[in-house]
Design a protein around this ligand. Structure first.
Ligand code: AOF
Ligand code: ZN
Length: 362
């Protein structure tokens, strides 16, 4: 009888169930904005008896789906939630009350809700009802899951990611890297996470593929097109109207694009001097909380914007794809490497694999 009173199951710890919550939450990737992604698991006697995630703003929260699935088994169970249960009447009633009503014994919370209308009130409510609450399990993972939502909740500004492809010798590569748009490619997966993607009109003039996610059933970001310096008003691009995407086109002055834009139902914004701040303000007004800036096309179009972003710290994250290509001459390299190195042999040292760099601006 050494096992008496000891759980014979795998004996998963709290972290395991919160990681499962995050996995569930991600099923709604791209679809919950302006709400966060949230997952919930109900565990009774070491077994999962109910799971749920928040599918879309306006629809029930994760806890509601998990409690529904658990039914009576929620009585005396432990609820795991990647985000603190809410305690307010928003588009849906408070989850704290739903958990109390279902008679759960314990709640394990990944992270506190930064939303000022929640901010620990859900936890307080549960504790006041005599429920044991543990806070901060796999907290980093839960924060990463909703990094964009947390940023816009705390700053009131959209979360902006800068994305570009780079040659091994450090040049921005404009034409390449299109294969990553295929289903399963990192960029295709990345795009579905964002509310909007900003690109240059030269992308269309050069016939490069539209930055849309190729994942089946994916969220498609709103296409924000900047018609800038390199786009002469007479160069009217053809916008792909088979695409299900919504378009917002920014121009500094009236162009002859209106007709083409109307065909795809695009909203035209004539802004005068185009600044990233004005573009982000527009995003905010449209309820677009996360934005990906795609540097493909003509880099000149982004010059002012990049300078502004740098000065005002408008970028949060970068995703850079280093391609196994050499861009232009070997001149830059020759100035920086020992002269006895054989430059001709360098290309063979580069693998076929691309390297992905992801990081944060501080
Ligand atoms: C939860 N579980 O699954 C989510 C929560 O307008 P509402 O009613 O959907 O409320 C939105 C706010 O509720 C959102 O800003 C965030 O603070 C919280 N989201 N809370 O307990 C969930 N999605
Ligand atoms: Zn809720």
């Amino acid at each position: 009888g050494g096992l008496v009173g000891v759980r014979c199951e795998a004996g998963h710890d709290d972290g395991y169930y919160i990681r499962r919550c995050v996995e569930l939450a991600r099923k709604a990737i791209g679809f919950t904005s302006p709400n966060p992604m949230v997952g919930c698991v109900i565990v009774k006697d070491g077994k999962i008896v109910g799971e749920g995630f928040h599918p879309k703003a306006g629809q029930p929260h994760a806890e509601v789906f998990a409690l529904r699935a658990a039914g009576n088994l929620a009585d005396g169970a432990t609820a795991y939630v990647s985000l603190e249960p809410c305690n307010h009447f928003g588009r849906t009633p408070p989850c704290s009350e739903a958990l109390i009503k279902a008679r759960v014994k314990k709640v394990v919370v990944g992270m506190v809700d930064p939303n000022p209308i929640v901010a620990s009130r859900g936890i307080e409510k549960l504790r006041n009802a005599g429920i044991e609450v543990i806070v901060g399990v796999e907290e980093e993972l839960c924060k990463k899951l909703n990094e964009a939502w947390i940023h816009q909740m705390l700053t009131g500004k959209p979360f902006v990611t800068l994305r570009y492809s780079m040659s091994v010798n450090g040049h921005v590569v404009n034409q390449l890297g299109t294969t990553v748009l295929q289903s399963g490619g990192y960029y295709s997966k990345l795009l579905q996470e964002y509310d909007a993607v900003i690109s240059s009109s030269s992308l269309f003039l050069e016939g490069l593929p539209l930055p849309t996610s190729k994942e089946p059933g994916a969220n498609q970001p709103v296409q924000i097109v900047l018609a800038k310096a390199s786009a002469r008003p007479t160069d009217v691009p053809t916008f792909p109207n088979e695409s299900a995407s919504e378009f917002i086109i920014f121009t500094e002055e009236e162009t002859s694009w209106q007709q083409e834009a109307a065909k795809i139902g695009a909203k035209m914004v004539v802004s005068g001097r185009m600044t990233l701040l004005s573009i982000l303000e527009c995003c905010k007004q449209q309820g677009l909380c996360s934005v990906l800036l795609d540097l493909r096309g003509n880099i000149i179009d982004f010059e002012g914007i990049l300078r502004e972003a740098d000065e005002l710290n408008l970028f949060q994250k970068y995703v850079v794809e280093v391609l196994p290509v050499w861009d232009g001459s070997t001149e830059d390299l020759l100035t920086s490497i020992p002269v006895n190195l054989k430059v001709e042999n360098l290309s063979s040292a580069v693998s076929d694999e691309t390297i992905l760099l992801e990081g944060y601006f501080v």
